[in-house]
Design a binder for this molecule. Sequence first.
Ligand code: LLP
Length: 422
Amino acid sequence: MQCLRYNKASLFMENVALSELANEFGTPLYVYSFNQLMENFNRFDAAFGRYPHTICYALKANSNPTILRTLAKAGAGADVVSGGELFFALESGIPPEKIVFAGVGKRDVDIEAAIKIGIRGINVESEMEYDVISDLAERLNRVAPISLRINPDIDIHGHPYIATGRHGDKFGITNDAALALIEKIKRDDYCDLVGIHAHIGSQIKELAPFKKLAEYMAGVAKKAIDSGHRLEYVDLGGGFGLDYENVINVDIDAQGLDDLVLDPQEVISIFVDAIKDTGVHLIIEPGRALVANTGALITEVLYLKKTGDTNIVIVDAGMTELIRPSLYSAHHEIVPLEIRDADTMVADVVGPICESGDFFARNREILNIGRGDNLAILTTGAYGYTLSSNYNARPKSTELFIRGKRVKVIRERQSLEDLWTG
Ligand code: LLP
């Protein structure tokens, strides 16, 4: 995380000492870096050169309104997966023609809203869904812009819960079904085939699956064009992986590190090379790669204890704030906001929730810490707050946006009253 660095022994995000924020706003607390966000977006945007493209940010990674407005202003579009995310995208100022709508289980009301609003494309994830969209468009007397979400049967060699492009996964339609629909849509007065789409999974760390995907999709795009459709775009989804382990050196005065595993320039060049013969617009849908390394979750050490041979550090954040370690055994670096002691200890870092699966790290070597110390759990700007919950009657955290030395509250902590009245 380039936005983080130790100045003397204090952890700073941009020009702000994080321990001051922990004292002022309390913990658990999410903090995000404005400049890191802009740098991430601009890096992907620049990688396309002059090739026509839209970066449709995957809202599910982090849908804080201020983050969405910032990305909207920078020129981002949106990948949405529900009527709620469609509403958020529009409220944040993203124009309808930059919004694509995915999801295996869209409700009729949400499809109707998408048709009426005139978004860029509705991704068809099953043959039955196509029939429903066509009927709804006819009832509204409108033409629905359709994009086929293809399942190309490509394995990303990652965690099974975040692989989405293999046959047997619930997402998308097979090549055969796509070819049949390409023919069927030609005879449909209420649907236009405007795009083809794929998203093969998240946290992809190898070039090979991206290359295979781009070539595969170029083939499908050519078939659609040859059969007479005026295809407008190919959407190759998101999935750009991050390094969650080499995030920052805990040496004093060390600068944060680059987090992307693959160079966006290299991946996007592969996409452009594969698609350019068709001449169509390119869409990508990064979520994690735009926001994960902008964020840290700040927590306070409540207790230390030993059970058997295991040292246990109990902190005030839990799976309610960040579920990734519990759900995917995901690794997040954990560092103190103030380094007091260069010696280390090996411990389990756990939350206060009444579940044994509520942990942030197991058997981890961390710098020595004690009760009252604050810790930062790193690379938590994506799939952190958006996956948080009120389990154990815990209010959702405050979120702060940091720009230089300025700090803005971009979401207030929920009150107990909020939880009680719903
Ligand atoms: N497009 C579609 C259609 C998606 O389903 C997703 C993510 C994305 C784009 C963005 O993928 P990204 O660039 O963020 O990898 N909760 C999991 C990740 C689930 C991803 C679901 N779909 C995690 O915390 O790792």
